[in-house]
Design a protein around this ligand. Structure first.
Ligand SMILES: [Zn+2]
Length: 168
């Protein structure tokens, strides 16, 4: 098989993954208080704990992880996709962030969690405004620097040009 054909097949697979995915997304969810945009709710299958799942290239993955994989973003094994909007059914790209496992615990929206909507807004203000660096805030809160940067980006309504259909 020529390289060209392999590339075309890869693109076709990606396109069909995207079409299958989008067929299960309801874009009329509630407006997330922190992000001021609507949640895009997963209407497909969920696991026993209510997390969205999607069958992707022979594996069952969370729908949130599928958003990144379909976009061609490589996630390391330890990296977690977390919902900034606290809605576990939401798969809107701008409501998601990549963090570590401990970030996922810090952002856990049920029960006791260290970062609520207020803290997220505060992070956006102090880091986005240049008052403190992402490193300083990450250390103070016990989360990764990467997560702090993702939160700041979410607050500024970050765009993902390569992923227009997954929502800005
Ligand atoms: Zn959301």
């Amino acid at each position: 098989m020529s390289t060209r054909t392999a590339e075309a097949e890869h693109a076709a697979t990606r396109e069909s993954d995207m079409v299958r995915f989008e067929a299960k997304v309801d874009e009329t969810g509630p407006t997330a208080p922190l992000l001021d945009t609507r949640c895009w709710l997963w209407r497909g299958a969920t696991d026993a704990r209510g997390y969205p799942k999607f069958w992707l290239r022979g594996n069952s993955v969370t729908a949130q992880r599928a958003v990144y994989v379909i976009a061609g973003v490589d996630l390391a094994p330890g990296q977690q996709v977390v919902n900034l909007c606290c809605n576990r059914l939401c798969v809107r790209r701008s409501h998601l962030a990549v963090g570590t496992l401990s970030d996922a615990h810090a952002l856990r929206c049920r029960g006791r969690h260290r970062l609520g909507a207020g803290e997220l807004r505060l992070i956006q203000m102090v880091v986005g405004g240049g008052e403190y660096s992402a490193e300083q805030v990450a250390e103070a809160l016990g989360v990764s620097r990467g997560l702090v940067k993702e939160i700041v980006r979410a607050g500024s309504g970050f765009r993902t040009p390569h992923l227009p259909r997954f929502g800005a």
